[in-house]
Design a binder for this molecule. Structure first.
Ligand code: RIB
Length: 308
């Protein structure tokens, strides 16, 4: 059957996560004894791409891996999830790497070393301008050079392609960005970077909208999500689960939210769909490894007597 859906295009990072499990995340100057170590594919861009692809949506990735031992595994993991990697490049040097501490309570602390992600520049994006032009939606995060994000968003504005920007890790944004983004999706820590007081979602969302954004989703983990769009605002309730690994839960949300929006769900139903996907992801280990399939998601909802 011919594919008629315009793909989700992720312009983003690919990273090998180096996960150390530990009873507690060490404080500065403290040594703790860990319980296990593993390497597993991650990177906010790649995680979001895999989340959308595993839900059965066409996804193309623009980004780079290094010519080190991790590059082939990172590429293979994306393509085996169904992500189109045909425009990706293997750059000389290291792939993106992310040492992660994961505590027994499921909390995490992450350092990202960009490697090849730092080489994704405007010239590379420009070579794939047709991929951007034909996208149903473009997903960006902030693990690429900011000039590349600015350039990508300007192209999307030119072609009228909606952009979902996950401001992670939070960083200063140039003025045009606020008007080029359809959906802005910070978590609580990221929202606090942009505003003095991020404790009240209602006022945070209003302050972000005042910067020119048409749609804001405040990702609040176990509290659910607060969604504002088209003059309406409201909480989307979370699903109660036993979380064992919260790495990439926010990425799972973004990939699933994009799929649901493109399938025509209203933003609140789309966020509920995304809350279900990320609830499943936190019950599993790994970043990309934790992303649910559409069947997983429907079974999860059916168990709770819900259809979305
Ligand atoms: O959002 C989780 C991701 O952040 C991890 O997979 C890690 O690679 C970092 O980019």
């Amino acid at each position: 059957m011919t594919e008629t859906r315009k793909p989700i295009v992720v312009v983003g990072s690919v990273t090998m996560d180096m996960v150390t499990r530990t009873p507690q995340i060490p404080r500065v100057g403290q040594t703790v004894i860990g319980t296990s170590f593993s390497t597993t594919p991650g990177g906010k861009g790649a995680n979001q791409a895999v989340a959308a692809a595993r839900l059965g949506y066409p996804v193309q990735f623009l980004g780079m891996v290094g010519d080190d031992v991790f590059g082939p595994e990172l590429l293979e993991n994306l393509s085996s999830a169904g992500v189109n990697t045909s425009a990706m490049i293997t750059a000389p040097g290291s792939s993106g790497l992310a040492p992660i501490f994961l505590s027994e309570s499921g909390q995490n602390a992450i350092v990202v070393v960009p490697g090849a992600n730092g080489k994704v520049d405007s010239a590379y994006v420009d070579k794939h301008v047709d991929v951007i032009r034909n996208a149903g939606m473009v997903l960006c995060q902030l693990e690429l050079p900011m000039a590349t994000i600015d350039y990508t968003l300007a192209l999307c504005a030119q072609f009228d392609v909606p952009v979902m920007l996950d401001p992670a890790p939070a960083a200063a944004l140039s003025d045009p960005v606020w008007k080029q983004v359809a959906w802005f999706t910070p978590n609580e820590t990221e929202a606090a970077f942009y505003l003095d007081d991020a404790s009240h979602p209602e006022t945070v969302a209003a302050a972000l909208l005042a910067r020119g954004l048409p749609g804001v989703v405040l990702k609040r983990g176990a509290e659910g999500a607060y969604v504002v769009a088209s003059g309406k605002a409201g909480w989307v309730q979370p699903f109660a689960v036993n979380a064992i690994d919260t790495v990439a839960a926010g990425d799972c949300f973004n990939g699933a939210f994009a799929v649901a929006l493109l399938e025509g769900k209203d933003p609140w139903a789309a966020a509920r769909f995304a809350c279900a996907a990320s609830a499943i992801s936190v019950t599993r280990h790994g970043a990309q490894a934790s992303m649910p399939t559409r069947d997983d998601l429907y079974a999860f909802l059916a168990d709770r007597g819900e259809t979305i």
